[in-house]
Design a binder for this molecule. Structure first.
Ligand SMILES: [Zn+2]
Length: 409
């Protein structure tokens, strides 16, 4: 791997590739071809994902058509009801949702959706983008199965500028129409094995899918290139541990690829001693960090290692919102590496995530550090990380995976 090759891969993957789409499969096959060029044979593992073909999606407020995108997998229905903007989540505010089409700030996660249902909302509006940007883009959202749990109400996503106008104009009455064909589709993980002397296995992961508006250079072709670089390195260098590389599909749709991987390989998880996950590296601006869902000793080891190596970074213990989490939830110590850009220099999940925010030079530096760390782990006489999830991380996983709620609201 070198800077020229990095530029070339960013160029050749500068397209949107959402989970389950034909473009995602095209990218999976591209990664397979990249491995084949290195003489490495990969497997494609498919898994089922919910898909939708939207026929009609409209939002009319007080007689005016508001540009919107209907939520995939939120059913097909027509609702007309009073409009209600819900910026607070106190009991009084929530009680006002009854019989209304409710507009919320931010993402519609599991708890927020359950609160809307409990309080009798009949439809929902979310908004994204940034009121200070020139574009009027609207992201394509979906009502995830673990959010609706079988209870669907219709919803649309609109641009932040339109949301502001609705509130400013004192919107009264809203109507949502959704008509869509929901079906089961396929997404794919790309799997590469580099057997070592030992059956102890280190699994490397990085997702290669993108969100609907994004070319996903930073999030996460960068990490996918990192995995290619690691595979190239270890194919030419000895490693005691067996290594498996998994380029995950459908991460952006709720870690679906890594969840499918640990489910399909449940019987083979025992020998996995560590998961190393790459999600967003090599941007021009920003700080580097590791997030270990593992015993705290690993955090300190990484700090010492970085200092010894000569690499600026911060190491923390925590749950990272990426493909490392399904592994950690199976009790496998997991560490994610990322370079996080200040949001006014590079953003993700929108049309601004392109190769323009990436630095091939920084990519090389980040990848070399990650590979050096991985080399220590892959050649350790015994992987030093305890194969046990500490209680504080188990609790964080319960919160992240919505088995427990962090606050009353
Ligand atoms: Zn990502």
């Amino acid at each position: 791997m070198n800077q020229e090759k990095i530029k070339q891969i960013f160029d050749e993957t500068a397209y949107i590739r959402t989970g389950g789409s034909s473009e995602e499969l095209r990218c999976a096959q591209y990664l397979q071809a990249q491995c084949a060029q290195l003489g490495l044979e990969t497997k494609l593992e498919s898994f089922a994902v919910p898909m939708s073909e939207m026929k009609t999606a409209s939002l009319v407020v007080d007689g005016e058509e508001i540009p919107c995108k209907g939520y995939f997998c939120a059913g097909s229905s027509v609702v007309e009801a009073p409009f209600y903007y819900l910026p607070n989540t106190d009991d009084w505010s929530m009680a006002q949702c009854k019989g209304k089409i409710v507009m919320i700030d931010g993402y519609l996660g599991y708890w927020k959706y359950q609160d809307l249902l409990k309080n009798g909302a009949v439809g929902f509006i979310t908004y994204d983008g940034n009121a200070n940007y020139v574009d009027e883009n609207i992201d394509q959202r979906e009502l995830r199965s673990y959010v609706h749990q079988g209870h669907k109400i219709p919803g649309v996503n609109i641009n932040a500028k339109a949301a502001i106008r609705l509130v400013e104009n004192g919107a009264q009455q809203a109507k949502i129409v959704l008509d869509q064909n929901e079906y089961e589709g396929e997404s794919h993980n790309v799997v590469l094995d580099l057997p070592g002397e030992s059956s102890d296995t280190i699994v490397f992961t990085a997702h290669y899918d993108s969100t609907p508006l994004s070319q996903g250079a930073y999030d996460n072709m960068s990490g996918s290139i990192g995995l290619l670089a690691a595979a190239e390195y270890f194919s030419a260098h000895p490693h005691r541990a067996s290594l498996r590389f998994v380029w995950c599909g459908s991460e952006e749709r709720g870690l679906l690829g890594s969840k499918a991987y640990v489910a399909a390989h449940e019987a083979e998880l025992d020998p996995i001693v560590l998961n190393i996950n790459l999600d967003m590296i090599g941007c021009i601006m920003g700080y580097f960090h590791s997030c270990s869902t593992a015993e705290e000793k690993l955090v300190h080891y990484i700090e010492y290692f970085a200092s010894e190596y000569g690499f600026g970074m911060q190491a923390v213990q925590g749950v990272y919102s990426s493909d490392s989490t399904p592994f950690a939830d199976k009790g496998i110590p997991a560490v994610s590496f990322a370079r996080e850009a200040p949001s006014n220099t590079a953003t993700i999940h929108n049309s601004y995530d392109t190769a323009k925010v990436m630095s091939p030079r920084q990519m090389m530096a980040d990848m070399n550090f990650i590979i050096a760390f991985a080399d220590r782990m892959a050649n350790a006489a015994k992987c030093p990380v305890e194969r046990k999830m500490p209680d504080n991380m188990k609790e964080e996983l319960d919160y992240y995976l919505m088995r427990k709620r962090k606050t009353a609201k």
